[in-house]
Write a protein that binds this ligand. Structure first.
Ligand code: PMV
Length: 326
């Protein structure tokens, strides 16, 4: 009745922002991401017939309140499916800052989906695991797979056609990401609240949804053709478009700090000097630079020299989520 799983975080090159159903956590747009080797969550789930309520330990500290509630709601789905009536102890460790735009919920819910279903004796396919992970966090569905991953929007109200699928595994292409950590504070507005606000108030919401299929088509094609420039340009476009949508909400959502903005300019300047590097940013202040292995040293040095950058994490592409023990 126990299992430990590891899942890697991911960053979207074509972003997800907006839900077509909040309760089932169905996205309003598809997305395409890459899975990141260096950022991972390890989660152990132990169902215990003697305990009466779920417990959660995050990086060694017991969590209660909202965080525990979110885990319990997720475990309820697993218990129902496995016909199980036992509380669980969940121990989860991230090797990166939680809730600061490094997509901790992605690796967290992918690892939880895998560990909890395994511990409950369910044998789910990867496709089913992506659908289950999505209920915890939209981007978590993509962390079930390594390499290049697409999350499908789907059409059905039940959400069973809203799943993630691997486009290519990590051996397809050695891309690198450098993450400039500019703040380790928890973000003020989580993605669910941010997405709801954008849907309800941003004048750009309709065009965001309408322009999404073209971005996805172009990104699929760029990956197929290994056209790095196209991938990079589309990533910046999708990122800035998502932030324009968020900034245009009322009240506007500003996920960046000054260092984030300096980083964007620094990356564009590097490009003018011949480095092939592009940025993307999620719902937080960290800047992620996408490049090829030959440019890693130059990009890393440049990012480290920007005042306000606390550290730079270098990562290659990561693997599928997997069971690593009892
Ligand atoms: O998975 P969520 O609900 O935390 O949303 C993720 C949203 C972004 O990270 C901003 C974009 C994305 O596609 O990952």
């Amino acid at each position: 009745m126990q299992a430990t799983a590891i899942a890697h975080s991911n960053i979207a090159l074509v972003k997800y922002w907006g839900k077509r159903d909040v309760k089932l956590n169905l996205p309003a747009v598809g997305s395409i991401s890459i899975t990141l080797d260096a950022l991972s969550t390890k989660t152990k789930v132990q169902f215990d017939p003697n305990s009466t309520s779920d417990t959660l330990f995050l990086n060694g500290n017991e969590s209660t309140g909202k965080e525990l509630k979110r885990i319990t709601t997720f475990l309820e789905m697993v218990r129902k499916r496995a016909n199980l009536n036992m509380a669980a102890c969940v121990e989860s460790e991230n090797n990166f800052p939680t809730a600061a735009g490094l997509a901790s919920s992605a690796s967290a819910f992918a690892a939880l989906a895998l560990a909890s279903t395994e511990a409950a004796g369910l044998d789910l396919s990867e496709n089913e695991l992506t659908i289950l992970s999505r209920r915890g966090s939209g981007s978590a569905a993509r962390s079930i797979y390594g390499g290049f991953v697409e999350m499908h929007l789907g059409k059905n109200p039940d959400g069973y056609d809203s799943f993630a699928e691997q486009i290519e595994d990590k051996s397809y292409w050695d891309l690198r990401v450098l993450i400039a950590v500019t703040s380790e504070k928890q973000k003020k507005t989580g993605s669910t609240d941010g997405m709801t606000l954008s849907r309800d108030t941003s004048p750009y919401y309709k065009s965001w949804i309408g322009s999404s299929p073209a971005d996805l088509n172009e990104m699929r094609q760029a990956i197929r053709e290994k056209d790095f420039q196209k991938i990079g340009e589309l990533s910046e476009f999708s990122c800035l478009k998502m932030h324009a949508l968020a900034l245009g909400s009322n009240p506007g959502l500003i996920y960046w700090n000054g260092t984030t903005v300096d980083g964007m300019h620094a990356i564009r300047e590097l490009r003018q000097h011949g480095s092939e590097v592009y940025f993307t940013i999620d719902a937080g202040p960290q800047l992620k630079a996408l490049c090829l292995p030959s440019d890693v040293d130059t990009v890393k040095k440049t990012l480290e020299n920007i005042p306000g950058v606390q550290r730079v994490i270098h990562t290659a592409l990561g693997d599928n989520a997997r069971i690593i023990g009892e």
